[in-house]
Design a protein around this ligand. Sequence first.
Ligand code: GLU
Length: 288
Amino acid sequence: MLVTRFAPSPTGRLHLGHAYSAVVGHARARASGGQFLLRIEDLDPTRSRPEFVAGIEEDLRWLGLEWDGEPIVQSRRTSHYAAALDRLKERGLVYPCFCTRADIAASLTAPHGDAGSSYPGTCRGLPDDLDRRASTPHSWRLDCARALEVSGPPGWTEDDGRRFTADSSDIGDAILARKDAPASYHLACVTDDAASGVTLVVRGADLAPSTPIQRLLQALLDLPEPAYLHHPLVTHSDGRRLAKRDLAPTLAAMRESGVDGRALADGLRANQLPPGFALSPCLDSTGA
Ligand code: GLU
């Protein structure tokens, strides 16, 4: 059975780009009698807010996109991420990193951001120091070189059948957990995709750079391999990307101004965008 998921972070109201992603995932699931799941990615305690979770559900209902089962809420699943991290620790595939928060902040706040490839490796190969670990806040990083030795270069298949293979420059020593955040986006994402039986990961092409590390983690953790659909991004007509910090209208604002949510979703299903917006033709599924 085909299982897709929509996995927003409740750090703001949804905009048209989210709506497109949800519509594509929902349509693929419904076309084959499969399931469409909703996952709330609320592991960033500083940016996630309960009112945005309510807003996500309200927006999806307005679009006419019903999801199957209860939403999966990541902040309630931290023991599963800790168990996955323990498995990697037992196999010597992660190491504690004591570098400052400023160095590493990007990897947790932006799923599209640093997968660890810019980390200079300062803490890799340090002798394990239990006292230091007990007294000093630290994160856990993937030992990418060891991981690649164990499982070989990760590959993935796009929904249209194209096969991609990553190399080490696509991955790096990504952070998988931090003292104040029990799992990074990557570790939580692969744990949950597997636990909920996701067979097709539908997300924007801007998240394609996350796929190599996630495929590597799946291989290391013996998790099944889903297929991927990295869809084009909704942009302003002039090609500027939508972003929460940008002035993209939220779905809530569109609703208040009288837009019909179901009609909007019908249009998006046919790749028809409201005036002023477009699907970016220049981003292909590799995110290039
Ligand atoms: N939570 C991520 C975001 O809102 C999406 C993660 C995913 O679909 O893998 O950008």
